[in-house]
Ligand binder design. Structure first.
Ligand SMILES: Nc1nc2c(ncn2[C@@H]2O[C@H](COP(=O)(O)OP(=O)(O)OP(=O)(O)O)[C@@H](O)[C@H]2O)c(=O)[nH]1
Ligand SMILES: [Mg+2]
Length: 226
């Protein structure tokens, strides 16, 4: 019966998925040890395309450059665009183009990190490939996992994409300058996220106006000083 219903194939798929994830976990642990040995704190940014990850990094660099040395790994299916935006700010950046892959994994981050190693830095930002599904399953060896949802996306996103929230440390609600133009319910977004993960630190902010940025920047300064 199994041969007809396809459940045998599904079992094989699950076994393979499990193997890929446990291999990733092992490399993620080695990344973590590597970062720790060099005194580097890594931050994994996860969101849908266009939620404002690179814009937030640009604003963060403007605020912290000169105070905290930083570097960036950019993950996108194609182009060097985001890495170029970061380099224009005078910060070293490696672009990983994944082709079809919808997430970064620990091995890719390990390779990209080696390309950055000649630089001295304290904070390593890893901008994951834009989507709220695939990146959630892959530990990169980060110290801080940050999930972003922007105001135009809607306040129901935590409920629809719970996996992105379970292992996150910080939930950034971005583009709050747009709140007057959308029916985004800040309290609903907070409540849904906290139901999934009560230890989440939630920071609403706008990288465009600077509103709310201070709490984000203080969090990064505290991380860098650990
Ligand atoms: N109004 C407003 N727009 C913003 C804000 N942050 C980013 N944007 C705009 O949102 C768009 C996407 O921003 P990006 O920073 O490129 O988004 P991203 O998450 O890096 O996108 P991908 O790398 O493609 O996943 C751009 O047009 C930004 O100018 C914000 O705080 N307020
Ligand atoms: Mg980007």
């Amino acid at each position: 019966m199994c041969e007809h219903c396809g459940c045998h194939e599904r079992t094989k798929e699950i076994t393979l998925e499990h193997k890929i994830l446990s291999e990733n976990e092992a490399i993620a642990e080695s990344n973590r040890a590597h970062f720790k040995a060099k005194g580097i704190k890594a931050i994994n940014l996860i969101s849908s395309p266009g939620s404002g990850k690179t814009t937030l990094l640009e604003a963060t660099i403007d605020a912290l450059a000169g105070e905290i040395p930083m570097a960036v790994i950019e993950g996108d299916p194609e182009t060097e665009r985001d890495a170029e935006r970061i380099r224009q700010k005078g910060i070293p950046a490696v672009q990983v183009t994944t082709g079809g892959a919808c997430h970064l994994d620990a091995r890719t981050v390990h390779r990209a990190f080696h390309q950055l190693e000649e630089n001295q830095f304290k904070l390593l930002f890893i901008e994951n490939v834009g989507n709220l599904l695939c990146p959630s399953a892959f530990d990169l060896g980060e110290d801080l996992r940050v999930v972003l949802v922007s105001v135009p996306e809607g306040s129901d996103k935590p409920a629809k994409y719970p996996a992105a929230f379970y292992r996150a440390d910080i939930f950034l609600i971005t583009k709050i300058d747009l709140l007057p133009y959308f029916d985004f319910d800040l309290e609903e977004a907070r409540r849904l996220a906290q139901e999934l993960n009560p230890r989440l630190k939630i920071i609403p902010l706008s990288a465009k106006t600077g509103e709310g940025m201070s709490l984000w920047l203080e969090t990064l300064k505290a991380l860098a000083s650990q």
